[in-house]
Each structure stands twice: as structure tokens, then as C-alpha cells.
Design a binder for this molecule. Structure first.
Ligand SMILES: [Zn+2]
Length: 313
């Protein structure tokens, strides 16, 4: 057997070190320059996660409708099936009712929807759930991944945020879930806005006027009667309309509430709107949605954000 000389050993060791350094550089480079959409049709691919069947629609329903209207591919994922989200009904029948509601909402918005069969109120940031999220992002070939922040009043919202954060780097690592090919380009991960102040408040990097699609968004939310017209988990008998006139009144009340939420986002983040629309146009924006870049995915510059949110022409 031929013996390696000390010189050969040193050369091999140096080559290994260089290869390792190159691999580490590639793996940790989240600031790569702008990349093309991950599929060949030139359209963007967006996947949005929410804890319950209605969270994505509330947080990104407007932008989702705007992307979809331009031919981009948007998928909304509820990470639980919502089976305790009502004051009077629960279990399998409620899960099926809520699945139908988000399917109808998705038809209105022009998106795709999937509801994962995890129990509502019991979501945990397990390895199994992390793997499910990694596979969903990879299979959708996402350019943008949206989720709640991991500080939130609801444990399912928090753990949805954690699960997506935990997937943010792993989607590019080939030997986790190796049966679903790893992504070559790390997507951009973004958070919805919320009103929680501790440990840090929401600081959106981009705010989008949804005035052109606000009716569509309100229509999509209106079909989720179990959650809004009937009040969801904290509703009560008193909310239930007893006749057609009461129903009309209740529907209008729900629509006003949802519109107010998006008016609140526009007012609160008027300065962010100004950055993207200029002061004059921003002053005229009534309803908005806003999004914050997560530090763990690829970091886009302003030019790339404009390409990913093609709403500012
Ligand atoms: Zn929720």
C-alpha cells in the first residue's frame, strides 16, 4: 500500500478546508442578488401560511387577489383545520364546514388553498410539522413565503410563525426531507403585520394599497360565516340573525369591521406607503396590507421587492 507523504497529506487537508469554506459560504449566503421566479412561466409563486382557515385571507387576501389577477400563483395554507373555532359546533363537521368556506373564499380571490389536518388549539412546533412546512414550500417552488410573527396572543399563530421560521433555512438543505428536492434559491420570507408591541412591534418594509380589490377581499371574508357572521370561537346566540333584515344588517356590520382593519393598517403605516407610492398617492390610499421581511430567508433589495410586489406602476 502506498503511503502518503506529509506533503501530500498537507495538500489534501488544504483542499478539504477550501472545499468546506466554499460550501459554508454558499450555505450561509442569504444576500444573493435578485433571482428569477423559480418556475419557467415567468410568474411569481407565493405561499402564505396561517394558523386557521381565515388567517391568510385576513392578512394577505388583498395582495393575494392582486397577484392572482396578474396571473401569479398564490397558495393559502391553514396549518390547523379550525375544528374548535366556533361557540356552538366543533370537531369534524366544523372542520369540513371551514374547509368549504376557505375553498369558496379562494375561488373569489383566485388563489389555491390547502387545510392541514391538525387540531385547532393544539398546534405544536414539532419536527413532523416542520417537515410538512418544508415540503409545502418546496413543492410550491415559492418565491415568497408569508407567515405570522412568532409573538401573538394565540398559540397556534405563534407556532405557525415558529414552524415557518424553522423551515426558512432548511428548504435549501438537500438532506432534510430528501424525497422533496431542496430549493436552489432561498425564498423571501415575510411576516404579516399585527398589533403586538412586546418584545418588538411590527415594522413592515412594504405596504400595498388594496383599494382596487377591497370589495373582493370583503366578499371572500363574508363567505366565512362561521367565523365572522356567527362570531367564531367567541361568538354567541345573540349574533345570529333572526330574519332577512337582521341578516343584511349583520353582514354590513361584518364588512365594515373588516374594512376598518385595513383602513387601520393604511393609517398606521402611512410612512411606509409614502416610501412606495410617493407622498401624494400614499395620502389617497384608504385600505392597505403591509409586510415585514424576516431576517432568516433571502434579503431582497428595493428593486427586487418591486419585482415581487408588482403593484406600484
Ligand atoms: Zn387564527
Amino acid at each position: 500500500m502506498k503511503r502518503f507523504s506529509l506533503f501530500t497529506f498537507r495538500r489534501v487537508a488544504l483542499a478539504c478546508l477550501l472545499a468546506l469554506a466554499a460550501a459554508l459560504t454558499i450555505n450561509f449566503d442569504n444576500t444573493a442578488a435578485s433571482v428569477e421566479p423559480q418556475t419557467g412561466d415567468g410568474k411569481l409563486r407565493i405561499i402564505a401560511f396561517g394558523a386557521h382557515p381565515d388567517d391568510c385571507e385576513l392578512s394577505v387576501g388583498g395582495a393575494a387577489a392582486m397577484w392572482a389577477a396578474r396571473g401569479h400563483h398564490v397558495k393559502l395554507v391553514a396549518v390547523t383545520n379550525g375544528d374548535i373555532g366556533h361557540w356552538r359546533e366543533a370537531g369534524g363537521p366544523l372542520a369540513m364546514r371551514r374547509k368549504k368556506e376557505v375553498e369558496e373564499a379562494s375561488r373569489i380571490l383566485g388563489t389555491t388553498v390547502e387545510v392541514l389536518d391538525n387540531h385547532d388549539g393544539e398546534l405544536m412546533p414539532t419536527l413532523e410539522n416542520r417537515r410538512a412546512i418544508i415540503r409545502l414550500i418546496r413543492n410550491w417552488k415559492a418565491d415568497i413565503v408569508l407567515s405570522p410573527r412568532p409573538n401573538d396572543y394565540h398559540p397556534d399563530h405563534r407556532y405557525t410563525g415558529v414552524l415557518v421560521q424553522d423551515a426558512a433555512y432548511m428548504v435549501t438543505v438537500p438532506f432534510i426531507c430528501p424525497e422533496t428536492p431542496a430549493m436552489k434559491n432561498n425564498p423571501i420570507f415575510m411576516y404579516y403585520t399585527d398589533r403586538f408591541m412586546k418584545p418588538n412591534p411590527s415594522q413592515p418594509d412594504i405596504a400595498v394599497s388594496i383599494d382596487s380589490v377591497i370589495d373582493k377581499k370583503l366578499d371572500a371574508l363574508a363567505v366565512m360565516e362561521s367565523q365572522f357572521l356567527e362570531g367564531g370561537a367567541n361568538g354567541h346566540e345573540g349574533l345570529m340573525p333572526k330574519n332577512a333584515a337582521e341578516r343584511t344588517k349583520r353582514v354590513a356590520e361584518v364588512r365594515r369591521g373588516h374594512a376598518a382593519r385595513n383602513i387601520g393598517v393604511a393609517d398606521r403605516f402611512r410612512n411606509v406607503l409614502k416610501e412606495w407610492y410617493g407622498p401624494e398617492a400614499a395620502a389617497g390610499v384608504k385600505h392597505a396590507e403591509a409586510f415585514e421581511i424576516c431576517e432568516y430567508g433571502r434579503r431582497p433589495d428595493k428593486a427586487e421587492l418591486k419585482r415581487l410586489f408588482p403593484f406600484f406602476q
